[in-house]
Structures are given as structure tokens and as C-alpha cells.
Design a protein around this ligand. Structure first.
Ligand code: CP
Length: 292
């Protein structure tokens, strides 16, 4: 089975993944899957997701093959990403981990292939492993996730992370709200929207800051208004003392968040990265065992 959308999973499967990830955090594993190969196809840039999937692959004893960007590949000879995925699948790896633009029909492609696919960031459409690792990271700090209020700040409109949290929040029953410049609010979002960051920060149990995705902007002036939604030494005073703040990375320091709050004990940004490896180990492990 593949993981394209979080609706491919259910509560039981997600709880199972979290249990595996917590197990992997506490126990070193070596050569569980030494005969397995994971093909990582990253058509769009990535640091955290690519390197944590590769680290997870090696920690499970499996082997990794990697395509990262177009340089030196037949993409430079006008082969499409879709054809590239199909050709690598024809080499019979045990799993494909794919990051691509939303112009690639990953969902349809997965139906045509026998090799499972994990979506590692699909244009604006979704980033399921990021949403899962975020909640796993928060769970370590909280008693439970159901009923928790998470405020998403900044560019929700272009955010695949926010798209995936919209799905995951329906399964795990946490509450989400948005806050940011009007023109950067996720189209069609029906939930609570705060126009004031201070109000939003007072409301939430955790605040999740998102990068302004200039590479997906239609016009340069879409950045207008960002400065009212920054976490800094002034706005952080409105956060509850037991609330946390997160960011999927890469952070544009001085835009979404200032370095002045880096040392705050409520900062979970690097904890997210650490949990990313264990969550991705759990995903690969469950896929190899045919459990998702
Ligand atoms: N969070 C995230 O997807 O980061 P990368 O783009 O570096 O993988």
C-alpha cells in the first residue's frame, strides 16, 4: 500500500505508526531489511525530508538509491518526472519515496504501479509524513492530541503541510485555526481565522509558523503584510506559558520567526527534525510489512 494522502490511513494505523516511531527512538536497529531497496526521487528541493528518509532507510538496514534534482539525469533530456517514476519503479525497488510538483499525477501513478509510493511533499497538495511527525513531536510534550488547538500562521495558501494537517486534524480530532495576510489564507478554509496574531496566540495550545513560499507566488507583491504575523520577542508574550511553537523548515529567520526567540523553551523546531527520522523509519517499516 502507498501513502499519498493521510486519508489513506485511519486512527488505528496512525497510532500503530506512532508506536513504531517511539520504539525506534528508544532502540537501535541495524539490519532488519538488508535485502530491501528504497528509491528516493526528489524532483523538488529538500534537505530535511530527503535526508531523514535516507537516514531512516539506512537505520533499518535497507539500501537507498537517490535521484535529487535534474542535474545529470534524463530529466535534462526532457524525460518527464512521471516517466522517470515509472522507469525507476520498473527496476523493482521495494519502495518509492517521491517529492514532486502537483502537476505530476502521483495518485494516478500509484494506481498503475506495483511498487508502493510514499508522498514526500507533493506541490501544494500534501506532505503527510511532515504532519505525522509534527503531531508525534507534540505528543511527546502533551498528554494527548485530541482537542488541542493549533494555530497555523503565515502562508497557509501555498502550504502542503497545512493541507495535510487539515486531513490529519479530522482523523485525530485536534482543532486548527489560521492567521496571516488575507491573500495568503488557504482557499476555501472554513474554520476559525484570526486577523490578529496576538489574539491567535492567546487562543492556541501550539503555534505553527509556515514559510512564505515565494517560489509559488503569482506576483512579487504577495509578501505584503507578512510583518504583522511574525513570532518575535514582543508577540511571543501572548503565547501561553505551556504552549509550543513549531515550523516545518526551512525557516526564513527574521521573517516568520526572529532569532531572538530561538532559545525559548517552547521552541520545538529541531525536535520536529529529530522525530522526522523515527516517523519515517516507522513509515518504511510499516510499508515493508504491508501494514499501510
Ligand atoms: N519540512 C520540509 O519538507 O523540509 P525540506 O523541504 O527541507 O524537506
Amino acid at each position: 500500500m502507498s501513502l499519498i494522502s493521510l486519508f489513506d490511513l485511519n486512527l488505528e494505523k496512525i497510532e500503530n505508526l506512532f508506536r513504531y516511531a517511539e520504539f525506534f527512538k528508544n532502540k537501535k536497529t541495524d539490519s532488519l531489511f538488508s535485502n530491501h531497496i528504497v528509491a528516493h526521487l526528489f524532483f523538488e528541493p529538500s534537505t530535511r525530508t530527503r535526508m531523514s528518509f535516507e537516514t531512516a532507510t539506512y537505520r533499518l538496514g535497507a539500501k537507498s538509491v537517490l535521484l535529487s534534482g535534474s542535474h545529470g539525469t534524463s530529466l535534462e533530456k526532457e524525460e518527464s518526472p512521471l516517466d522517470t517514476v515509472k522507469n525507476v519503479a520498473a527496476m523493482n525497488p521495494d519502495l518509492l519515496v517521491v517529492r514532486c510538483a502537483d502537476t505530476v499525477d502521483l495518485a494516478q501513478c500509484q494506481k498503475q504501479l506495483r511498487v508502493p509510493i510514499i508522498n514526500a511533499g507533493w506541490g501544494k497538495l500534501g506532505h503527510p509524513s511532515q504532519a505525522l511527525l509534527d503531531i508525534l513531536c507534540l505528543r511527546e510534550k502533551l498528554n494527548g492530541i485530541s482537542g488541542q488547538r493549533i494555530l497555523f500562521v503565515g502562508d497557509t495558501r501555498h502550504s502542503r503541510v497545512f493541507a495535510s494537517h487539515q486531513e490529519l486534524s479530522q482523523i485525530l480530532k485536534y482543532e486548527i485555526a489560521v492567521c496571516g495576510p488575507e491573500h495568503l489564507i488557504f482557499k476555501g478554509f472554513q474554520g476559525v481565522r484570526f486577523t490578529s496574531l496576538d489574539e491567535g496566540l492567546r487562543w492556541c495550545d501550539s503555534a505553527y509558523f509556515l514559510r512564505y513560499q515565494k517560489e509559488r507566488f503569482d506576483t512579487d507583491d504577495m509578501l505584503v503584510g507578512w510583518d504583522a504575523y511574525q513570532l518575535n520577542e514582543v508577540s511571543i508574550k501572548h503565547m501561553k506559558s505551556n504552549a509550543f511553537f513549531m515550523h516545518p523548515g526551512p525557516v526564513n529567520w527574521g521573517r516568520e520567526i526572529t532569532e531572538s526567540v530561538l532559545g525559548d523553551s517552547r521552541n520545538l523546531i529541531l525536535n520536529q527534525v529529530t522525530w522526522g527520522v523515527y516517523l519515517r523509519m516507522a513509515l518504511i517499516y510499516a510499508t515493508f510489512r504491508n501494514e499501510i
